[in-house]
Design a protein around this ligand. Structure first.
Ligand code: DAH
Length: 378
């Protein structure tokens, strides 16, 4: 036996390690499951439950430190264990048992408190997550219509009351519907792939709602009155007044003896109802392949009533869109006899109209889906 070992008295050292543990462990004893105040969630007071939870979590962390200090590699217990091999062989068994007993005691007491703390923490967590049925409820946020939808519905209401049906049709079209049937010649710039989104061979995203004129007349023949609101697509670079996807509303009326006077009367009535009864209209000569004659329609500015302001760019007029008398070729292509029937048609930009009405200086705002912007229209 090495010298000095006797002096150190291993048994004494083991007892010292046990005492040191007991002293430090004392304050954890109250967390044992059978002790009185064990941190169990019993109070309904949310604040105190939270305080208890924080305290229990802190205690659990501290307990981990105690475990390390008293059973870890650098603990007094670990040093005592090393002595087992050094004590006299006749005392070794007794000493070994003592050390083992101390270790089992330390570990099991720590485990016991740890288990109790963990279960308290679980209970306290449940308690803090409990629903307080007396709290006032959160009001569900009510949605509202998009400004383009609001405008579309206003337009639809007016035309429905004038006896028009609402047509909805496809957004992917063949050349025939997008151009040929609308009397648009082969070499027309609108057919340029730089202006139109071509998809699969022979198909394109429609660049105007005028395509619906053809579908509607093929389906229903004459007489008919319809409007067709919908999305159209053009290869424009987005800027304050352009977006590659936008909304139009097409109108078509075909019957016997329809004249330009009907067109003017209908559109004048439309702006009276949409903008106000004092609104005036004017028709400027124009050209569209599918109408003859053709006209651009303007209405007097809703803001300044014609005096000139920022909205109408000082002109007193706001452009509504294109219109005209349906070209005989368009009627013929769908099997309607232009000698018997005539008609008028028009096409407006819905988003442009809502941008004006809501005084937006950038049309792209309508398509960015920024709730902070859209929320202003309910
Ligand atoms: N389709 C034309 C455009 O997109 C608008 C238009 C003009 C439609 C005259 C019509 C019309 O029905 O008669 O620019």
């Amino acid at each position: 036996m090495p010298e000095g070992v006797e002096q150190e008295d291993p048994k004494q050292q083991a007892e010292t390690a046990r005492k040191a543990f007991e002293q430090e462990f004392e304050r954890f004893a109250r967390f044992r499951p059978d002790s009185e105040s064990d941190g169990q969630a019993s109070s309904g007071d949310v604040v105190s439950v939270e305080t208890k939870l924080n305290a229990a979590e802190a205690t659990l962390r501290e307990l981990g430190e105690v475990r390390l200090r008293h059973t870890g590699k650098k603990s007094a217990l670990a040093s005592v264990k090393k002595l087992i091999g050094r004590v006299a062989s006749e005392d070794r068994a007794t000493f070994g048992q003592l050390v083992q007993q101390i270790e089992v005691e330390i570990v099991s007491r720590i485990n016991e408190v740890e288990a109790s703390l963990k279960s308290s923490i679980a209970d306290l967590r449940t308690e803090t997550g409990r629903i307080d049925v007396t709290l006032p409820g959160r009001r569900p946020r009510q949605g509202h219509l998009h400004p383009i939808t609001i405008m579309r519905q206003k337009i639809e209401d007016i035309f429905v009351s004038l006896g028009y049906a609402i047509e909805d049709d496809r957004e992917i079209e063949t050349d025939f519907y997008n151009f040929t049937a609308l009397n648009i010649p082969e070499n027309h710039p609108a057919r340029d792939p730089l202006d139109t989104f071509y998809t699969t061979e022979g198909f394109a995203l429609r660049s105007q709602t005028s395509t619906v004129q053809i579908h509607a007349m093929q389906r229903r023949q004459a007489p008919l009155r319809m409007i067709a609101p919908g999305r159209v697509f053009r290869r424009d670079t987005p800027d304050a007044t352009h977006n590659p996807m936008f909304y139009q509303v097409e109108g078509l009326c075909v019957d016997r003896n329809i004249t330009m006077a009907h067109l003017k009367g209908t559109l004048t009535e439309f702006v009276h109802r949409l903008v106000g009864p004092e609104t005036r209209t004017r028709f400027r000569p124009s050209y569209f392949p599918f109408t003859e004659p053709s006209a651009e329609v303007d209405y007097s500015c809703f803001k300044c009533n014609g005096a000139g302001c920022r909205i109408c760019k000082q002109s007193g007029w706001i452009e509504l869109g294109g219109s005209g008398m349906v070209h005989p070729n368009v009627l013929r292509v769908v099997g309607i006899d232009p000698e018997e029937y005539s008609g008028f048609a028009f096409g407006f930009g819905i988003d442009r109209m809502s941008a004006l009405m809501y005084k937006l200086d950038d049309i792209r705002l309508l398509f960015e889906n920024d709730v902070r912007f859209l929320e202003q229209f309910n």
